[in-house]
Design a protein around this ligand. Structure first.
Ligand SMILES: CC(C)(COP(=O)(O)OP(=O)(O)OC[C@H]1O[C@@H](n2cnc3c(N)ncnc32)[C@H](O)[C@@H]1OP(=O)(O)O)[C@@H](O)C(=O)NCCC(=O)NCCS
Length: 193
């Protein structure tokens, strides 16, 4: 399903910001551009769209559901979320539309999401991924490589692989500032949310 491909030219103009209700039409339009395979990989079931109530929850700016959108040329091309599942634990998930995959969007979204979640008190991440989903596994492992998380550990589960990792041990916005040359995380929006 995920053939190993050479990276496309990396996007240099990605804007990452907190998702909100006004993003709904753009996020739904992005989902319509996604392949069935991408939606199935994200939601672990055949789908044509992003399921409710997940989408409403992701756009609500709840302190228990941290969601970010990625924009390229003023178009939403990715949605990532960290859903608090209990205590200080949140499940990470991300969707990038097919035509913008393998250009660094997913990694950038996950880095900012990890930073935001850690800032909001999350201490451990989980992720549920398909066994053959190399891109998401590499993107999540990349969080450790860039200092956002500890090592991921994986175990088999009925839907694929379940991973877990601790969050970063140092102030998250330091990490955001260190690598934000090509992204513009809206800190004011985050603080207000
Ligand atoms: C998984 C996903 C979010 C990754 O986003 P992306 O923007 O394509 O990823 P990036 O460009 O940041 O690349 C991340 C890593 O995956 C690798 N990668 C990307 N596409 C790849 C492909 N087709 N084959 C192999 N590796 C790939 C990149 O080389 C990079 O690895 P590195 O950091 O070790 O160099 C995106 O492919 C997607 O939305 N897939 C469908 C939904 C899904 O599977 N979600 C995950 C379940 S929650």
């Amino acid at each position: 399903m995920h053939a190993t491909t050479a990276p496309e030219a990396q996007h240099t103009d990605i804007i990452i910001r907190l998702a909100g209700r006004r993003d709904r039409p753009s996020v739904e339009a992005m989902a319509r551009r996604c392949s069935r395979a991408a939606l199935a990989a994200r939601f672990h079931a055949p789908r044509r769209d992003i399921p409710e109530p997940y989408l409403s929850e992701a756009l609500r700016r709840s302190p228990l559901h941290h969601a970010l959108v990625a924009k390229v040329d003023n178009t939403v091309v990715g949605l990532a979320s960290a859903c608090v599942t209990g205590g200080e634990v949140a499940e990470l998930a991300v969707l990038v539309e097919d035509d913008h995959q393998n250009r660094g969007v997913g990694s950038l979204l996950l880095g900012d999401l990890a930073a935001l979640s850690a800032w909001r008190g999350v201490r451990r991440f989980t992720a549920l991924i398909g066994t053959d989903n190399t891109p998401i596994r590499r993107a999540l492992n990349g969080l450790h490589g860039r200092g956002y998380t500890g090592h991921w550990t994986w175990r088999a589960c009925p839907d694929g692989l379940e991973g877990t990792a601790s969050t970063i041990p140092h102030p998250p916005f330091l990490a955001v500032g260190e690598r934000s040359a090509s992204s513009c995380l809206d800190l004011a929006g985050l603080v207000a949310a």
